[in-house]
Design a protein around this ligand. Structure first.
Ligand code: PEP
Ligand code: MN
Length: 352
C-alpha cells in the first residue's frame, strides 16, 4: 500500500496537542444548536477537526438513526463560521455522493461497513479520482486480513491520504470495555505498513467516559498517531452513545494531562537489561532444543514398545506442575498454559 501521512493542525493543550491528530465531536449530529454549541466549545479547546455522524448504524431498528442530509448545512456552518474541518461517516455509495457534494473535509468508514467487502468496494468505486483523506475503522470482528482488505480496496481506488482507526472488537462475553481493544492488531498493522496513519478511538473501546483517559494513554504509549474522541455539549442528553461522550471542557483537561513518551531514549539506558534478556533467550532456545531431543528419544521408545504418542494424563501433570511452580515465581497461569500448549504441540510433532 502506498500511503501518505494525514495532517490535522489542532492546537490542543498539553504535549500531545500539536503533535498528534485529534478529532473530536459528538457521536451524532442531533440539532443545529447541539452541533454549533459542541463545535464552538471544542474550538475553544484547540480542536480543529470536528466529527459527527449523520447516518447512525444502530444495532436494532426503531431508535434514532441519524438526521441524514439535513445535518450538512449545520456542518457547513462549522466549516464556515468556526473555520474548523469536518469529518463524517459514510456507510455506502449514496452517503459518499452526499458527503462529497456538501464539501466535507474527511470521511471515516465505520466498523459495520468495513466488515463487508461488498460495501467497501462500492465506496471505493465512488472514491476513484477523488482526493479526500479517508479513515477506515477496524471491522467489528477481530480479523486482521479483513481489516487490511478494507484498507487495500480504498487504496487501490487511488486514495493515498489513508488512515485507520482501532475502535475495538465485539466480544461475546461481558467485559470491562464495550469493544475490547486488541492492541496486537494495530501493532502488526504498523509492522506491515509503517507509513499508515493509525488512530485510536477510545470512546467506542471504553463505552463509558471514566475509561477514556486510560485508553488514550495506552494508545499513546503504543505510538498511535492520534485520537478520535466523542464529545458532546450535554453528554447525558445525547441521543446515541451517551455514556461514553465527554464534554469539550473535560476533553481539553484530559488532553492536557496525557503524557507523550519519547520514541528513542537519549542514553543507552536499556543496554544492561537487553544484554541480560538476550542471555535468557539464548538459554531458553538451548533448553527447548534439549527438551525436543528428549521428546524424539521418547518417540523412539514409544514406537519400539507400541505405545500411543499422546499421553493426555502426562500432559495434564506437566502443565499443572508448571503452573504451581510458576505461581510461586510470579508467572500467570494463563501465560504458562499457553506456553506449554505450544511446547507440547511441538513435542508431539517431534514424536510422530
Ligand atoms: C461512531 O464513530 O459513531 C461509530 C458508529 O463508530 P463504529 O463504527 O466504531 O461503531
Ligand atoms: Mn458513537
Amino acid at each position: 500500500m502506498e500511503v501518505k501521512p494525514i495532517h490535522v493542525a489542532n492546537e490542543c493543550p498539553g504535549p500531545i496537542g500539536k503533535s498528534k491528530i485529534i478529532i473530536a465531536g459528538p457521536c451524532s449530529a442531533e440539532s443545529e444548536e447541539q452541533v454549533m454549541q459542541t463545535a464552538s466549545q471544542l474550538k475553544a479547546e484547540g480542536i480543529r477537526m470536528f466529527r459527527a455522524g449523520v447516518w447512525k448504524p444502530r444495532t436494532k431498528p426503531g431508535g434514532f438513526e441519524g438526521v441524514g442530509k439535513r445535518g450538512f448545512p449545520w456542518l457547513q456552518r462549522v466549516q464556515k463560521e468556526l473555520g474548523m474541518q469536518v469529518c463524517v461517516e459514510v456507510g455506502n455509495a449514496s452517503h459518499l455522493d452526499a458527503v462529497l457534494e456538501s464539501g466535507m473535509d474527511m470521511i471515516w468508514i465505520g466498523a459495520r461497513t468495513s466488515t463487508s467487502p461488498f460495501a467497501m468496494q462500492e465506496i471505493a468505486d465512488v472514491l476513484r479520482g477523488v482526493d479526500i483523506p479517508v479513515l477506515v475503522k477496524n471491522p467489528i470482528n477481530a480479523d486482521l486480513e479483513l481489516w487490511i482488505g478494507a484498507l487495500e480496496r480504498i487504496n487501490r481506488s487511488g486514495i493515498t491520504r489513508l488512515g485507520t482507526i482501532h475502535r475495538g472488537f465485539s466480544a461475546y462475553e461481558k467485559t470491562l470495555y464495550r469493544y475490547p481493544p486488541q492492541w496486537q492488531m494495530p501493532i502488526e498493522l504498523r509492522r506491515r505498513f509503517p507509513e499508515l496513519t493509525i488512530i485510536c478511538d477510545p470512546s467506542h473501546i471504553s463505552g463509558k467516559r471514566e475509561l477514556v483517559p486510560s485508553v488514550c494513554q495506552q494508545a499513546l504509549d503504543l505510538g498511535f498517531d492520534g485520537l478520535m474522541i466523542e464529545s458532546h455539549c450535554c453528554p447525558e442528553e445525547a441521543l446515541t452513545d451517551a455514556a461514553q461522550q465527554v464534554t469539550p471542557q473535560a476533553l481539553g483537561q484530559m488532553l492536557a494531562s496525557l503524557v507523550l513518551r519519547d520514541k528513542v531514549p537519549t542514553e543507552n539506558i536499556f543496554a544492561d537489561c537487553r544484554e541480560r534478556i538476550d542471555r535468557c533467550d539464548a538459554a531458553l532456545v538451548a533448553l527447548l532444543a534439549e527438551r525436543m531431543n528428549i521428546s524424539r528419544e521418547m518417540g523412539e521408545l514409544k514406537r519400539e514398545n507400541n505405545i500411543l504418542v499422546l499421553q493426555s494424563e502426562r500432559y495434564e501433570k506437566v502443565v499443572n506442575d508448571a503452573v504451581v511452580e510458576g505461581a510461586s515465581k510470579g508467572l500467570s497461569e494463563e501465560f504458562l498454559r499457553k506456553l506449554f500448549e505450544v511446547i507440547h504441540a511441538e513435542s508431539i510433532n517431534q514424536q510422530l
